[in-house]
Design a binder for this molecule. Structure first.
Ligand code: ADP
Length: 360
């Protein structure tokens, strides 16, 4: 395989000039986070958001020129902007209150319905729930995709046991990975684990939007549902996604502990403020099922999420126990719904999937 030298890549990028600033994009510090690995080149162009349109042209030129270099299999580039500049982008403005969820949002080509799986904080099992729900939706006959929007800590590659990289289609789209009968895309597929730090500060939405647009979601036919595994919490990424992507509904995953429930309320609040339809709450790690004796104990004070759902007038979608099998199946890259579809745990995910499918 022809080795690609960093110097060659930089020289090519240096031949590309900023349209108004009279210098090249490397010298101006616009090129950031350059990664070259196994014939793949990845980098970000850190731009002023007001120049987004023209810099998108520049990004395409970079890709074309680098793709022509011997040994290059793929070029992945994104536009990013510094956090303080982020607020200036007109399309990121807050939606008009009461104007309905469709007001500022866009559909995703090749996808009929979009649901977001969110959580008020990390570690409540949001990704585990999202992936098992996606597989359960497939189990009940829907064509399903999952998009790992957790750009800071993408875990879908691990949960689905995916090690291969997506390839480009003849029409220059990225082909999602197909595993266990669902299509999936994750930033974790495109970048080395430790390069995720390049997204800190720079605008994440540009990367996410580009991945949404560049992925051929309907590679196996139009998707009935695309599940978005959102980053934990209620930060800018979640907010801007809720404002920009035409989500059919959001699902909040929470554990029964008070702190998690408090955060779950914040999550609900964020979706309500952006007029996003809320499908309901799932209580994960709801009760402990002893793997040896099958005894059940409510170690975290089971039922809190059901109470909150009732209080806030949203549906309670179901409760998933804390069980070793759920964890070990995920750790091994074969989620429980695939690993043991007839297990009681899998049936819980399937029941929740049925409830969600009715709402679509
Ligand atoms: P999050 O996406 O909220 O950060 P993860 O889905 O990564 O959380 O889950 C955190 C950890 O908890 C993982 O090790 C996962 O295997 C485990 N886990 C999630 N849900 C369950 C469950 N119901 N029973 C046992 N372990 C679980």
């Amino acid at each position: 395989m022809t080795e690609i030298k960093q110097e060659q890549v930089i020289n090519i990028l240096k031949s590309i000039h900023h349209p108004n600033k009279g210098s090249d994009i490397v010298s101006l510090g616009i090129v950031q986070g350059l990664v070259i690995k196994d014939g793949e080149i990845g980098f970000a162009l850190n731009i002023n958001p007001v120049e987004a349109e023209i810099m998108e042209q520049i990004r395409k030129i970079c890709n074309e020129k680098l793709s022509a270099l011997a040994g290059v299999k793929k070029v992945t580039s994104v536009l990013t902007a510094e956090r303080n500049a982020e607020k200036k982008i007109p399309e990121m403005s807050a939606p008009v209150k009461g104007a309905g969820p469709l007001k500022n949002t866009q559909k995703i080509t090749g996808v009929k319905h979009i649901i977001a799986v969110a959580s008020g904080k990390g570690g409540v099992g949001k990704s585990t729930t999202a992936v098992n729900l996606a597989l359960a939706l497939k189990h009940i006959g829907l064509k399903v995709g999952i998009f790992d929007v957790d750009i800071y800590g993408p875990s879908i590659p691990m949960l689905l046991g995916v090690t291969e990289k997506p390839v480009q289609s003849p029409d220059n789209k990225i082909l999602p990975i197909i595993k266990y009968g669902i299509v999936s895309m994750s930033l974790g597929y495109l970048m080395k684990q430790d390069t995720a730090t390049i997204w800190r500060g720079p605008m994440v939405m540009s990367a996410v939007k580009q991945m949404i647009a560049d992925t051929k979601w309907d590679v196996e036919g139009e998707l009935d549902v695309l599940v978005l595994d959102l980053p934990p919490g209620t930060g800018d990424v979640q907010l801007t996604l809720a404002q920009n992507v035409d989500m059919d509904g959001a699902i909040i995953v929470s554990t029964p502990q008070d702190i998690a429930l408090l955060d779950a309320r914040k999550g609900l609040d964020m979706f309500q403020k952006t007029d996003t339809n809320i499908y309901g709450i799932i209580e994960n790690m709801s009760y402990f099922l002893c793997p040896s004796c099958g005894d059940r104990s409510d170690i975290f004070g089971h039922g809190g999420a059901r109470d909150i759902a009732k209080k806030l007038n949203v549906d309670f979608l179901g409760e998933i126990p804390l069980h070793m099998d759920i964890r070990s199946a995920s750790d091994n890259g074969t989620p429980i719904v695939v690993h043991n579809p007839d297990s009681p745990h899998s049936r819980i995910y399937v029941d929740i999937a049925k409830r969600i499918a009715k709402k679509l």
